[in-house]
Write a protein that binds this ligand. Structure first.
Ligand code: FAD
Length: 443
């Protein structure tokens, strides 16, 4: 009888020495963690993928629920020479949450959700799903700043460690800028709570050499004006890749530098066990439009004017998402797109826009300003609506581009081809790759 194989050739099991080390890590952790520990091939294979196209089979999977367990996993992994990768929801798109070492998965022990009086701050555990935090804040007309399109699934631990942003958060409402306090466990097992003066002082005493090193690094960077200008420029535009190096130019106190370097560190500097966010307004009045332009240049000019010099605003246009023609082609068959099709040429991008306000009168005035601006820049159809269902449908289209990019539109032809009577052909890059064409344009 032919033996069934579940592991495709392209996904190799960890090297035998890693597998053996994984077994030893598991043995060390028995009795130290209350969550599950897996080393068997079926379960490790089941945990081999995140939302990216990369796969690595972990040598061991362990569920963690407390800071003591985090320390135990760090000690066991270090003793056996294996790297650790933390996993929150695993929606990372570049392989941040896969490993052939120790995969430490956040259990339910990290679901603290504490809204502070007045709701201007919220303290969250790393396993809280973003949408749930926002659901809790909604009655106060507040939300957290980071708003990744994956917010129905992704968790706070991943948001902090990817410095995830989103469609409204721009470069000013991400974790780096809206975090009030962070509690971490460093890879040497030390806990640091940036909001607790005692913890800060204890850390200054125990980690003086590390802080001095960071201080020197700060001075080295600040002594190089070109480097300072480059760093400032990179973080004025959207840059959520890796460590938040802007911490080296934004802060003097090395402890603050360290805390801010954690943002975007992808779990490489330590574990985030709690974060307090300054919340941002979520205005109850909103109007949405998907606005087609005749060409990318005119859409770009309109966005630059709406972006107001990069200054994030909380009233008026709060989101403007540029969507290029090839991305639109993958969703033309969806009902909310129907009214737009006559306005799309072969080259037309569209911009998905939210205007928000604290009351109906302000909303009307802000929409009028947006309509004037968009029309002046050549928008071919401007149709704002306060219909919540329509707004959700349009934003769902945007959120689904990662998936829609993988497939051809199910109907026979895409619009531009249909007009020219050519048989349907999905645009070349869409036959192979996910859509990275919905660009976040709110600068
Ligand atoms: C459909 C879709 C849409 C998306 N849209 C956006 C978007 O608009 N904007 C955006 O920025 N991203 C987006 N993403 C990417 C991703 O969803 C986000 O980065 C998300 O915040 C990751 O959260 P997660 O819980 O899935 O984290 P994971 O993928 O599990 O982990 C992310 C990183 O954080 C580390 N980590 C997790 N928890 C901890 C912890 N407690 N301590 C230390 N390290 C930890 C992991 O090791 C990993 O390096 C999207 C992804 C998908 C699939």
């Amino acid at each position: 009888m032919q033996q069934a194989t579940i592991v495709p050739d392209s996904v190799q099991p960890p090297a035998p020495d890693r597998q053996a080390a994984g077994e030893r890590v598991a043995a060390r952790l028995k009795g130290q963690v209350r969550g599950r520990i897996h080393t068997d091939p079926l379960m490790t294979y089941a945990w081999s993928g995140d939302a990216s196209s990369y796969r690595l089979i972990p040598a061991v999977v362990v569920f963690i629920n407390t800071e003591d367990e985090v320390r135990a996993v760090m000690a066991a992994a270090r003793a056996e020479g294996l790297p650790i990768t933390f996993r929150a929801a695993g929606t990372s798109l570049s392989g941040q949450a896969v490993t052939d070492g120790v995969l430490a998965v956040l259990g339910d022990g990290w679901r603290k959700l504490d809204i502070h009086p007045g709701a201007e701050q919220i303290t969250l555990g790393p396993a809280i799903i973003v949408a749930n935090a926002n659901r809790a804040l909604k009655p106060f007309d507040r939300k957290i700043g980071p708003d990744p399109a994956s917010q129905a699934t992704c968790k706070i631990g991943g948001v902090v460690n990817n410095n995830s942003s989103g469609m409204c958060c721009g470069v000013t409402q991400n974790t780096y800028h809206t975090m009030a306090r962070l509690r971490i466990v460093l890879t040497d097992g030390t806990m640091l709570d940036s909001g607790d003066e005692q913890s800060r002082e204890a850390f200054r005493a125990s980690h003086a050499a590390m802080l001095e090193g960071l201080h020197q690094l700060h001075h080295e960077v600040m002594a190089d004006p070109d480097l300072v200008a480059l760093i400032r420029h990179k973080y004025r535009i959207k840059n959520t890749v890796g460590y938040s190096l802007n911490a080296l130019v934004d802060y003097h106190d090395p402890l603050d530098i360290l805390i801010h370097l954690m943002v975007g560190s992808e779990g490489t500097l330590g574990f985030v066990s709690e974060v307090t966010y300054n919340t941002v307004p979520e205005h109850p009045f909103k109007s949405t439009a998907l606005v087609p332009f005749p060409d990318p240049q005119s859409a770009g000019r309109a966005i630059i004017e709406m972006a107001n010099g990069g200054l994030q605003v909380t009233t008026g246009v709060t989101a403007a998402e540029y969507i290029e023609r090839r991305a639109l082609a993958t969703v033309e068959h969806l009902p909310p797109m129907a009214p737009l099709l006559p306005w799309l040429s072969e080259n037309s991008p569209a911009v998905l826009i939210d205007v928000t306000a604290p009351d109906a009168t302000t909303l009307e005035a802000e929409v009028a300003k947006a309509v004037e601006l968009l029309t002046r820049h050549g928008a071919t159809k401007v149709d704002f609506s306060t219909d919540e269902a329509r707004s959700h449908a349009l934003w769902d289209i945007r959120k689904g581009f990662f998936a829609s990019g993988w497939r051809r539109p199910p109907q026979g032809q895409h619009h531009a081809d249909r007009r020219r009577g050519r048989p349907h052909r999905a645009p070349g890059r869409f036959r192979r790759r996910p859509a990275r064409h919905a660009r976040r344009a709110w600068l």
